[in-house]
Structures are given as structure tokens and as C-alpha cells.
Design a protein. Structure first.
Length: 136
């Protein structure tokens, strides 16, 4: 009984759709140097930062129609979370052009207001990317 239930659960988990990846803007994470320190000293490591998905363009997988406009999800593309994950793609980010996010050595600069190529952008949030962990 347990074996059948476990097999069924794993089979169902395998068919759950994930978020789609957009291909209209390349994703190039800004590089940054950080230091990891212990009692014996510090070592410099090369890492990168990644933009929070809340600031990214989420659009239809088959067009440039926004999936989220203003404060609401498009009901035709996103009637429920599963359908939305299938119908919508999260695109890459133009870190410097749209968001004024730049790095130089160990410095990270985030400008609060950016007059980007398509609109004015206010705010941004980035995270230090850990490339040693993969969730896939």
C-alpha cells in the first residue's frame, strides 16, 4: 500500500508545471567579489547577484502580453496558479539599463529611480546568487 501511494505521489509531483523561462531579454548576472572570513583570515570569492522576480517582466509565453498589470494578474492568462505558471514566463533583466544595478569589484550600486528604455523604474532588490546549489 505504502509503495503504491509513494509511487503515485512521485508520479504526480513529476508533472507539476514549473515557472516558464522567458527568452526576450538575456539574463547576465552582475559579477561581484566578496570575502569569506574565518578565524584564520579572509579569502576573496567571485560571485554574482540576481534580481528579485518581483521586479522582472512576466509575460505570456506566446506573446509580449503582460501577465501582471498594475495590481492584478490577467484573468485570461492566470485564472489559477498552475495555469499561470504554464502560460507566463519570467524574463531576464537588463540590470544596468532598466534597473541601474551595477557592480565594480566588491561594490554593488542600486539606484532608487531609473528612467529605463521602456518606463520609469522605482526600486529594486537583489540577492547574492549561490551557484553551488541547484534546485532542479
Amino acid at each position: 500500500m505504502f509503495r503504491t501511494a509513494a509511487l503515485t505521489a512521485f508520479t504526480l509531483a513529476a508533472v507539476v508545471p514549473g515557472q516558464q523561462v522567458g527568452a526576450l531579454t538575456a539574463e547576465n548576472h552582475p559579477a561581484i567579489s566578496i570575502q569569506q572570513c574565518t578565524a584564520s583570515g579572509c579569502t576573496t570569492q567571485q560571485k554574482s547577484v540576481v534580481l528579485d522576480s518581483n521586479w522582472r517582466w512576466t509575460h505570456s509565453t506566446s506573446s509580449t502580453t503582460n501577465c501582471y498589470t498594475g495590481n492584478a494578474w490577467d484573468p485570461a492568462l492566470c485564472p489559477d496558479p498552475t495555469t499561470c505558471a504554464t502560460n507566463c514566463a519570467v524574463d531576464g533583466a537588463d540590470y544596468s539599463g532598466t534597473y541601474s544595478i551595477t557592480t565594480s569589484g566588491n561594490a554593488l550600486t542600486l539606484r532608487f529611480v531609473t528612467n529605463g528604455p521602456y518606463s520609469k523604474n522605482v526600486g529594486s532588490r537583489v540577492y547574492l546568487l549561490d551557484t553551488t546549489r541547484c534546485l532542479i
